[in-house]
Unconditional design. Structure first.
Length: 136
């Protein structure tokens, strides 16, 4: 049976979990990928900042799971530990086991901009539908 690992990256100074992830690779290989300059995700940026400032950090195995439940267990630990660097586009994500959904905390000053973008998308979608119906 194939398995994968759920892991935590911890700040060496505070010993707090800053990121939870999962991988089918070795933890050493996954950690080196996080440290790579090729990645612009929040955890990679954080690690590079820690390296530059000579601060320490570590990767630790949380659990080994069958592949079919790996992502579910990763989400469980993200929800349980609420690490600050688990994000999408730099926005903290909150996973709800109850609703099986992800929600985002959005800064209040971006709400109007997001509403405008959504409105433009909806208008574009409506025009596209009207045009396709006209051409039928």
């Amino acid at each position: 049976m194939k398995t994968g690992n759920v892991y935590a990256i911890k700040c060496g100074t505070t010993k707090s979990v800053v990121y939870v992830g999962s991988t089918t690779q070795t933890l050493a290989l996954r950690f080196s990928q996080h440290k790579s300059n090729k990645s612009n995700c929040p955890i990679a940026k954080w690690i590079r900042e820690k390296i530059a400032s000579k601060c320490s950090f570590s990767i630790e195995l949380i659990t080994t799971e069958p592949l079919k439940t790996l992502r579910e267990r990763e989400r469980y630990f993200i929800e349980k530990m609420n690490p600050p660097l688990n994000s999408n586009s730099g926005r903290p994500r909150l996973y709800s086991e109850k609703t099986k959904s992800v929600s985002f905390k959005i800064p209040i000053d971006l709400i109007d901009e997001i509403k405008k973008d959504v409105k433009e998308l909806l208008v574009g979608y409506a025009l596209q539908n009207k045009l396709s119906n006209y051409l039928k």
